[in-house]
Design a protein. Structure first.
Length: 138
């Protein structure tokens, strides 16, 4: 028999019952359209980010050569657009994760039942709040 470190069970002189077993939950079915839409949107965002990064490299070179303020403005707009696309990619991932709840792991639950007042319970528990203090002779 395994040793339990349960103060309430010791105070009540009970042995906790451990019920072992697994409960299998039904896995929610994922809509195939939802998954394909997610993959399509994800691929599109990757494509936009990659092409935008390539375009940004070219535009930065052009802006450095021409030193024209308008070309630097275009660079700034493209950087802003690429950062927005990256945020959209992360938002898409989060939304997809929210739509597909993760499986919960089996948890072990130990319950003890005591019928009585809280005073009775604290008197029974070792080192409880109502521990008797020895009287001082004096």
């Amino acid at each position: 028999m395994t040793q339990h470190n349960d103060k309430i069970a010791k105070a009540l002189d009970l042995t906790p019952q451990v019920i072992e077993g697994t409960v299998e939950k039904a896995k929610p079915e994922v809509d195939p359209k939802l998954d394909s839409d997610f993959q399509y949107a994800r691929e599109n965002l990757y494509n936009i980010i990659e092409r935008g990064t390539d375009a940004l490299n070219g535009i930065v070179d052009l802006a450095n050569q021409s030193q024209h303020p308008r070309s630097f403005e275009v660079v700034a707009d493209l950087v802003r657009t690429l950062s927005t696309a990256n945020k959209d990619l992360l938002d898409l991932q989060k939304k997809m994760k929210d739509l597909q709840p993760e499986e919960q792991k089996n948890q072990k639950v130990t319950n003890n039942l005591f019928v009585g007042s809280t005073k009775d319970l604290t008197d029974l528990i070792e080192g409880g709040a109502r521990k008797i203090k020895p009287k001082k002779d004096g």
